[in-house]
Design a protein around this ligand. Structure first.
Ligand SMILES: [Zn+2]
Ligand SMILES: [Zn+2]
Length: 462
């Protein structure tokens, strides 16, 4: 994982100062009848939101012991993508007990719950992911995972090493809070519990793409979607950024074909090992020398290289795999072109060939926070995080949440879950066997989910 630390800017202060100025101006103009009317409507709306805020805070405090219990239970019983059967059943049964309309088996193990508020209004969606990873837990917890399974032919542990246990529990908490306020909610809230965010097992389909194909964003169709992800940062801090906030991930497979020969007579064949070494080194110059990284970050990684069976046989071919991360579609096309050109021409220079493939998932978007929606919801985010926000956060990993945002304007926030005093760079990264979630940060996540949904609908969703 590459985390690009950003700096606490003062953009929010500027926004807050601006809104103070415009509030004063609005007050000065209130002698104009129209302005007075709109000001009255505005203050009624503000009063509604204020009452809602207080009630959300109270209800979140009440549900937190249950959220912690759910989270620990999911943590102790993690399930890999497309196998979240136990988790999904707990979620579906609970949503039903709250009186929600519940659909199960969406994209294999996904659950969608619909809460219809007591007043007419728009539709908003909240999303959590439920899957765990093939990682053997090394954190010493009373509810540590002891689950093992076979993944891609290997015996592995299973661990919620990306914090999806916390995401699922927090969204169940938000559902509890909002179901308790049903009579006051102007509109409908959709709860999307998604499987296989980390990718389906080899040979299967799954995740957000299949959730959308199977109608997660229809009947009713939301006009906005909100979600969040835990990450190693100051506990309770909410980080976000307008525009592209997480990278697009493309696979990378390069097959270098040479000609097999005796290890002592390389001139009688074409050595794909030496060609592969040249390609790997040259690929690093694409981001370091050929890409304008002032526009957006980009990463090219070769993570595996396989070829040959014996020290005295130069093999016929070498297969390399890796990943390409970019934030901008034009830059992605350009980086792909340069990877292909570099690999093919270096291979050709030695009489070998190289074929380059970026995988079937290539073509999706980055996690993209709608700037207008973010501006509108920033007061809610700032309020629930008690001002502990970073409005300039970029994260190099990818999320299939981006696929929902291709259909519906949405926001994706990062919730800091470090132990107090642990710096972001000193904490174990997501996907590490030492990844740790500080549960004291989770109330902020529940408040964010419930507050964003309530405030969005109260603000007059279209
Ligand atoms: Zn992950
Ligand atoms: Zn994740």
């Amino acid at each position: 994982m590459v985390t690009l630390q950003s700096y606490p800017g003062n953009g929010l202060n500027v926004i807050m100062r601006d809104s103070l100025v415009s509030a004063r101006r609005a007050a000065a103009l209130s002698i104009v009848i129209l302005a007075a009317a709109s000001s009255r409507a505005g203050s009624q709306q503000a009063a509604l939101q204020k009452t809602g805020d207080d009630e959300i805070d109270r209800r979140v405090a009440a549900v937190m012991p249950q959220v912690i219990t759910w989270r620990r239970d999911f943590h102790e019983h993690p399930e890999l993508g497309n196998h979240e059967v136990r988790t999904a059943k707990i979620v579906a049964d609970y949503l039903r007990s709250l009186g929600l309309e519940v659909r199960e088996g969406v994209a294999k193990t996904g659950v969608v719950g619909v809460l219809r508020g007591g007043k007419p209004g728009g539709v908003v969606a909240l999303r959590a992911d439920m899957d765990a990873l093939p990682v053997t837990e090394q954190v010493d917890l009373p509810f540590k995972s002891k689950v093992r399974t076979t993944f891609a032919g290997q015996d592995v542990g299973v661990m919620h090493a990306c914090g999806h246990d916390a995401h699922t529990a927090m969204l169940m908490g938000a559902a509890t809070v909002l179901a308790g306020m049903r009579a006051q909610i102007p509109g409908t809230v959709k709860f999307i519990f998604q499987p296989a965010e980390e990718g389906p097992p080899p040979g299967e389909r799954g995740g957000a793409r299949v959730m959308i194909e199977e109608g997660a964003l229809e009947n009713p169709a939301p006009s906005a979607i909100f979600g969040l992800h835990v990450w190693p940062e100051e506990p309770g801090k909410l980080s976000f950024k307008p525009g592209a906030a997480m990278s697009m991930a493309d696979g990378l497979t390069i097959i270098v074909k040479g000609k097999q020969t005796h290890g002592a007579q390389p001139w009688k064949g074409v050595d794909p090992v030496v060609v592969s070494a040249e390609i790997i080194t040259a690929l690093q110059t694409i981001t370091a020398r050929q890409t304008d990284i002032t526009l957006a970050p980009a990463v090219v990684t070769v993570a595996t290289i396989n070829g040959g069976v014996r020290g005295n046989i130069i093999p016929d071919s070498v297969v390399m795999t890796g990943t390409v991360r970019t934030f901008d579609k034009a830059m992605r096309e350009d980086v792909h072109m340069r990877i292909t050109r570099t690999a093919e021409l270096i291979a050709r220079a030695s009489g070998a060939t190289a074929t380059v493939d970026f995988g079937a998932a290539s073509g999706s978007s980055p996690v993209f926070n709608d700037p207008a929606l973010l501006a509108r919801m920033t007061p809610t985010i700032t309020r629930v995080a008690l001002g502990k926000v970073n409005p300039n956060a970029v994260w190099m990993p990818s999320e299939d949440y981006a696929l929902y945002q291709e259909k519906v304007p949405g926001l994706f926030l990062f919730l800091g879950i470090n132990k107090p005093g642990v710096k972001a760079d000193d904490a174990a990264a997501n996907h590490s066997p030492l990844f740790f979630v500080n549960e004291d940060a989770l109330p902020v996540g529940v408040k964010a989910l419930a507050g964003l949904a309530f405030d969005y609908l109260s603000g007059g969703a279209k």
